[in-house]
Structures are given as C-alpha cells and as structure tokens.
Design a protein around this ligand. Structure first.
Ligand SMILES: Cc1cc2nc3c(=O)[nH]c(=O)nc-3n(C[C@H](O)[C@H](O)[C@H](O)COP(=O)(O)OP(=O)(O)OC[C@H]3O[C@@H](n4cnc5c(N)ncnc54)[C@H](O)[C@@H]3O)c2cc1C
Length: 385
C-alpha cells in the first residue's frame, strides 16, 4: 500500500475514528501511520474518559449530540466495548454568576435539541451527590446521558473495525517529512519508507503543531500538561456517582474502579511537552477536593498510581477541523482542548465527510477551520475543565 487514497498520521482515538468513518463511507484504501509501537500511548491512553453534551457553543453541543448516541450503540455496531456509562455530569454552582452561566448554556443545549439536561435546585444537587458539602450550593445542572467511556477500548474498537474493512496500520512508523507539489500534498517520508497520497490527515494529537510545520502550515495547537490522581479503594462515594464538577474551585471527580479519580485544572501550568507527574499536585487537588467532598479526608492516595498527559490546546478551545485551503489535500483534526475522546466519533464523521464530499451536515464546519486564526473569527468554548 504505497499509494493509499488517504494517509492518516497518528493512530490515537481521533485517527482511528477517522479511519473507521472513511470505511463507513466506502473508502478503505487508507493507511494509518503511528510512530509508537502501540496505539494509545499519546493522550488517548491518559484521558479521564469523560463524555458530555453540557457545552457553551452550538458546535460543541452538536458534536456531542452525534458522539454520545454513537457511544451508546458502539458495542453492538463495533462488536467491541466502549465502556460507556451514562452516569451523568453534575455541575455545581455556589455563585449567582455560575448559575446564570449554567442557565445560558442550558438554553443553548435545549435549543440544539438536547432533552436529557436539567437545571437543578440545591435539594436536587444534594439528592444526586449526597456525599458533597452543600451548605453553600445555589443550584446546578445535570445531564443524564453524559458520563464516561473507556478511551483505549473505543480507540481499539474503531481501529479493529477499520482494519477488518481493509485499512492498514503501520506502527513504529514516524512521519519525518511531508512532500508537496504545485497541486498540494503528495506524500510523506517515514523511518519505514515513503508513501504517496493526495490526501493526508494530521491526527497527531499534542504533536500536531510540529507535524503541520513539516507541511509549512502554522497551526496554533499547544501541549498543556494535565494530571489525574486516583484514590485507593474507597467506599464513601457511590460507584454510580456522576462526574461532579465544583464550578468554584474547578475540582472534579468521578468513580473509577473501587475508588474515585480526581482532577483539577492548575492555572499555574504552562505549555510544553511535560509528561512527568508532579507529586506536589496531590496536595493541590486534595485541598480543593476535601473542601467539596469532605469524606476524602479518609481516602488514601498512592502517588505511583497518579499520572500526567497532554491536552492539545487551541486559543479558543475548539478543535481545528477540515482542509487547509492553501495546501490542497492536507486535512486537520487537532486541538481538542480536553474533549478529543468525547468528540472522536463526530470528528471522524466530519473529517470523512469533508474528505469525500467536501461538506458535512453535522456542524457548520467552516467555523472550525484553521482560517479562523487568520480572519479573527474565533469561536470561544468556555465550558472547559
Ligand atoms: C489527563 C487527561 C485527561 C483527559 N480527559 C478527557 C476527558 O475526560 N474527555 C475527553 O474527551 N478528553 C479528555 N482528554 C483529552 C483527550 O485524551 C485527547 O483530546 C484525545 O485523546 C486526543 O486524541 P488524538 O488521537 O488526537 O491524540 P493522541 O491520542 O495523542 O494520538 C496522537 C498520535 O499521533 C502519534 N504521532 C504524533 N506525531 C507523529 C508522527 N510524526 N508520525 C507518526 N505518528 C505520530 C502519537 O504517537 C499519538 O499516538 C484528556 C487528556 C488528558 C491528558
């Protein structure tokens, strides 16, 4: 397969979903190039696996409204488990400003057709998450179809189905150059040979900026370290709990195995390819955690089980999707800013549509094209964790 119809660079959840969706539309002469010995060693294998439709913009909401029903039927369609658990996301507000914000987002979500989201009174919040301190809670929002998936398993399901239909995956294969000519992109050079194609997709996750530069494209995607801390087995939080988000501190958690998994967006974190786990983070996350979830005082944490990965950030926290007009045949599926797992099904469908038909009916795709960084029409997603 030296001349595939489509080359996808990066075999994480996004590249795998694109390959699957191309085959769904009848395009199977596809080659995925992955530099690691196994798929999932990038951000996909580090993710918290949260999926939600509670966003602030129509484009993000529409991407979730394709993706979440997709996860709910994934096991039957793919013959492989997604691990989807519809346990919901609960946003908890302790200020009027946050309540107003939830209300504004709720109206946008309902207008987009979401039926499973509700605004909550303090008593409803206490009912859904009885473990949390509720003396200062003014209200919240809950969407019952939000929840979690197993990112590695979703990626594997997409990849296995794509391979069954003729897609090839080359591992240990790093793209080191992208060739272009007067017509656009024409091929790639790897440590494992050269491959020619008139359609090349950048699905390189946090490394997408460097990959785009190989093609002379300036793509504003920056890596940002993100750390997660699991507790040891702990039975004070129900295993049916939703993802609970304290909007005031940013602390959030969800059940994981026999304990819980804790996260917090550290405002002091700076961009860079930092993959080491910083032990000082444990105290930071626990301080915020105990404040909202007092029973955490009794939880144990083993620092060796905590980990760090990379978010792929864009200036407006929306992904960059679709063709690069100045370089025909070069497509982008990057910059998910913390939402690449939950939006992987929609991204696969949108990218396959844009490659094969030149348009998609799933979102208003020009809004998410790379052009927005030069024409100044940024579209800010503010519901980020
Ligand atoms: C701690 C953490 C928690 C997260 N929580 C969530 C969450 O709850 N929900 C959610 O939706 N998202 C979450 N995310 C974000 C999500 O994990 C990412 O957005 C998603 O995994 C991106 O998938 P990807 O396939 O684009 O990237 P990756 O999984 O990073 O895959 C990119 C692949 O490209 C390969 N590659 C790079 N350069 C080259 C090259 N030159 N040649 C060949 N191959 C190359 C890499 O080896 C890698 O395998 C989280 C991320 C982190 C780090």
């Amino acid at each position: 397969m030296k001349s595939p119809d489509v080359i996808i660079i990066g075999g994480g959840i996004v590249g795998s979903s694109i390959a699957y969706h191309l085959t769904e539309a009848g395009c199977s002469n596809v080659l995925i190039l992955e530099r690691e010995s196994h798929q999932g060693k990038g951000s996909t294998g580090k993710s918290m696996g949260g999926v939600r439709a509670q966003f602030s913009t129509s484009e993000s909401i529409k991407m979730s409204m394709y993706s979440i029903p997709f996860f709910s039927t994934f096991d039957d369609v793919m013959g492989h488990p997604s691990g989807y658990r519809a346990q919901g996301y609960l946003f908890v507000a302790t200020s009027q400003r946050h309540l107003d914000y939830l209300c504004q987002n709720y109206n946008r979500q309902v207008a987009a057709g979401l039926k499973t989201v509700h605004l909550l009174k303090p008593d409803d919040v206490a009912h859904i998450a009885p473990e949390i301190r509720n003396d200062d809670i003014l209200g919240g929002a809950f969407c019952s179809t939000d929840g979690f998936v197993d990112p590695h398993s979703v990626m594997t399901g997409f990849a296995l189905k794509a391979v069954e239909r003729g897609v090839r995956i080359l591992r240990d294969t790093e793209v080191t150059a992208i060739h272009t000519d007067a017509q656009g992109v024409c091929g790639v050079v790897t440590n494992n040979g050269t491959y020619s194609s008139r359609t090349i997709v950048n699905a390189a996750g946090a490394w997408a900026g460097a990959l785009a530069r190989l093609a002379g494209v300036d793509l504003p995607v920056e890596p940002l370290r993100r750390m997660l801390v699991p507790t040891e087995p702990f039975d004070k939080v129900a295993h049916t709990s939703p993802m609970v988000v304290d909007m005031t501190s940013g602390f959030h958690y969800r059940p994981e195995g026999r304990g819980i998994l804790m996260a917090w967006n550290d405002p002091d974190e700076t961009p860079g390819f930092k993959l080491n786990f910083d032990r000082a983070f444990i105290e930071k996350v626990l301080t915020r955690g105990v404040d909202r979830l007092p029973c955490l005082e009794e939880a144990e944490v083993n620092p060796k089980r905590a980990w760090a990965g990379l978010y792929e950030m864009t200036p407006d926290h929306h992904p960059v999707l679709g063709p690069v007009k100045s370089l025909p045949g070069f497509f982008l599926a990057n910059g998910f800013s913390g939402h690449g797992v939950m939006h992987s099904p929609a991204t696969g469908r949108i990218t396959a549509d844009l490659i094969l038909k030149g348009h998609t009916d799933l979102i208003d795709s020009p809004l998410l094209s790379i052009d927005r960084f030069t024409n100044g029409h940024l579209l800010h997603e503010t519901a980020i964790l």
